[in-house]
Write a protein that binds this ligand. Structure first.
Ligand code: G3P
Ligand code: MG
Length: 335
């Protein structure tokens, strides 16, 4: 059982900015994919036309009978502006759904990922911490109150107790009964559907190294024979160091809310493949500097389509967004 409770940060303390509410809203795809025939996986052509319109005419809705395709008030050229061949591999889509489907479904649940996937998103960021008995589960806050039917510290409950909680009703009755998922369940879903994972290691305070090591070991076995590994990220350098110790081959990204003067040294010390920073800290020069120094760049949480377009045009490798219904998914660059 966990050590005595220590003070925790406020739940939902809000690193995530909210986006504009004035833009058009897309409707999700039916189960089985886009367009007539349920052809499933979106192609580069239908998610990234030169004008960045997200779908072909009649795109969403089975048989094209449904909603008119949305328009986006942006026009970007997603191809990378710089040569990335000497950078670490980045086999990931350039857009990543935050916590599954942003705010459209209960965060960090399988329902959210299914919802995000219905908009064509193929990579999901989610937050992982340990239960009281040391098992990896998806949960953002250190406490259960905001997003589940439970109360108090997440690590005060065993895995069996956590997975019996309702992690959907807080969002709305349509999601009532949605469980807190295990990392194993999420891995099964993502791998079965050829989707990618950005596992944010989010330890409860005091459990940084233990969480980093346990989550990385789990990731190593759950994605053992996968062609694309999950991307590990964390604000905790201690957690990332522990992850590197047990699973050095898994790619790591250092999360930073502010960009300190020594950010490049920190990335080097942890053998990271990427900087993963609050997008407000980014400008074109930082992206260029990271790339020239051998690091990819991801950023969070981009909830404005025009800002997403700007970041992609600068060559940001991964844009994490809540707006899966308003920012069209952009596939991997190919390097
Ligand atoms: O991983 C990027 C982003 O999720 C970090 O902030 O608070 O939403 O986990 P937060
Ligand atoms: Mg997160």
């Amino acid at each position: 059982m966990p050590s005595p409770p220590t003070p925790l940060p406020q739940a939902g303390e809000g690193r995530t900015p909210t986006g504009s509410d004035t833009l058009p809203v897309c409707s999700p795809l039916p189960p089985g994919g886009r367009g007539a025939g349920g052809e499933g996986t979106p192609s580069a052509a239908n998610v990234m036309s030169p004008s960045f319109s997200p779908l072909p005419p009649g795109g969403r809705g089975a048989g094209g009978e449904g909603n008119a395709p949305p328009t986006f008030p942006i026009s970007v050229k997603p191809p990378m502006p710089t040569d990335t061949r000497n950078l670490p591999a980045w086999p990931y889509p350039r857009t990543i759904a935050h916590r599954g489907a942003g705010k459209l479904a209960p965060e960090n649940t399988l329902a959210a990922m299914r919802h995000g996937a219905s908009f064509g998103y193929r990579m999901f960021e989610f937050d992982v911490k340990l239960s009281g008995d040391g098992r990896a589960v998806l949960l953002h806050d250190a406490t259960l109150d905001r997003t589940t039917s439970g109360r108090g510290r997440a690590d005060a409950l065993t895995l069996a107790e956590l997975v019996s909680l309702d992690a959907g009703s807080w969002h709305g009755p349509a999601f009532a009964g949605e469980p807190v998922p295990t990392l194993a369940a999420v891995a099964r879903y993502l791998r079965a559907n050829d989707l990618h994972a950005n596992i944010e290691i989010k330890p409860v305070p005091g459990a940084e190294a233990r969480t980093g090591a346990a989550v990385a070991l789990d990731a190593l076995s759950l994605w053992a024979d996968a062609s694309v590994p999950p991307l590990l990220s964390s604000f905790s350098q201690e957690a990332l160091a522990a992850a590197r110790r047990v699973a050095p081959a898994l790619p790591r990204a250092l999360l930073l809310d502010k960009l300190p003067p020594d950010w490049l040294d920190r990335l080097r010390q942890l053998d990271c493949v990427a900087l993963d920073v609050n997008h407000r800290e980014l400008d074109e020069n930082v992206v260029k500097k990271a790339h020239e120094s051998g690091f990819r760049v991801a950023c969070y949480t981009v909830n404005d389509p025009e800002r997403a377009a700007q970041l992609l045009a600068w060559g940001v490798d991964g844009v994490i967004t809540d707006l899966v219904d308003r920012i069209p998914p952009v596939p991997a660059d190919g390097n």
